[in-house]
Write a protein that binds this ligand. Structure first.
Ligand code: IPE
Ligand code: IPE
Ligand code: MG
Length: 238
């Protein structure tokens, strides 16, 4: 690994968008777009791990994506199962720790079983932390954190006056992880679509017209370069 630059990112996040249009452009079913999207994800996880990124958070299925047709949804879940199973050994060998972020309770049992197996097999790994957001919505995440604050307060374990940013942030799925340094959105849209609303307070945004299945490790390196050239002030003076 090359010497770490001062402004090298610790945490990268990606909104993996554009699978449907990629398939449409090719005149093939959306299923194959999601399949190609999983392949792109696999390559980026490997690359992020190779270059020493500490946290990689990807948006794979949102709370709003439940609005899609049953066939598309079950296709995405089936592919997820195939990929986590196929990649488990390699993830483990590469010391990647997998976290599932979001509410998977409505997902099919067999999908959850595969996910749980991946999470538990890689739990002790100390390399790249790979957060895969599934059934994830940032508003739902913040509501969940607010409930947990209320529960702790009612149980007498937390004084209302002690509720501060840290107390709330620690109850998000991302817990004590650092906020993402940058968020990449391929696929041409320029919005967050309910992704990491709290955590993105000072993230740099990198938009790309490349559709997610065509997103390569080189594109990821370009995003890092773009990030490294940005001046971050966090409200202060540089
Ligand atoms: C992203 O690709 C994958 C999910 C949201 C599950 P899309 O399926 O949203 O692709 P487009 O935006 O229709 O091209
Ligand atoms: C965002 O993409 C969610 C994921 C990539 C998982 P969408 O395709 O769902 O977002 P919108 O509908 O264009 O905002
Ligand atoms: Mg989309």
């Amino acid at each position: 690994m090359a010497a770490r630059q001062e402004n090298a990112p610790v945490h990268a996040a990606i909104i993996m968008d554009g699978n449907g249009r990629w398939a449409e452009n090719k005149g093939i079913s959306k299923y194959f777009g999601h399949d190609a999207g999983m392949r792109a994800m696999t390559a980026i996880v490997r690359h992020a791990s190779d270059i020493g990124i500490q946290y990689l958070t990807v948006y794979a299925f949102s709370t709003e994506n439940w609005k899609r047709g049953a066939e598309e949804i079950s296709g995405i879940f089936k592919l997820l199962m195939i990929y986590v199973d196929k990649e488990l050994d390699e993830l483990w060998r590469n010391n990647v720790k997998v976290n599932v972020v979001g509410d998977t309770s409505e997902m099919p049992k067999d999908v959850r079983k595969y996910l749980e197996r991946t999470v538990s097999r890689t739990a002790e790994n100390t390399g790249l932390v790979f957060n895969i957001c599934l059934g994830y919505g940032s508003r739902a995440e913040i509501v969940r954190a607010a409930r947990r604050l209320a529960e702790d307060a009612l149980a007498g374990n937390l004084a209302v006056g002690a509720i501060d940013e840290k107390a709330l942030a620690s109850r998000l799925y991302t817990g004590d992880m650092p906020d993402p340094d940058f968020i990449i959105r391929p696929g041409g849209e320029k919005r967050l679509s309910n992704f990491l609303l709290w955590q993105a307070a000072y993230s740099e945004f990198i938009f790309s017209d490349v559709l997610w299945p065509d997103f390569t490790p080189e594109e990821f390196d370009n995003a890092i370069m773009a990030f490294s050239a940005r001046k971050r002030r966090f409200g202060g003076r540089s």
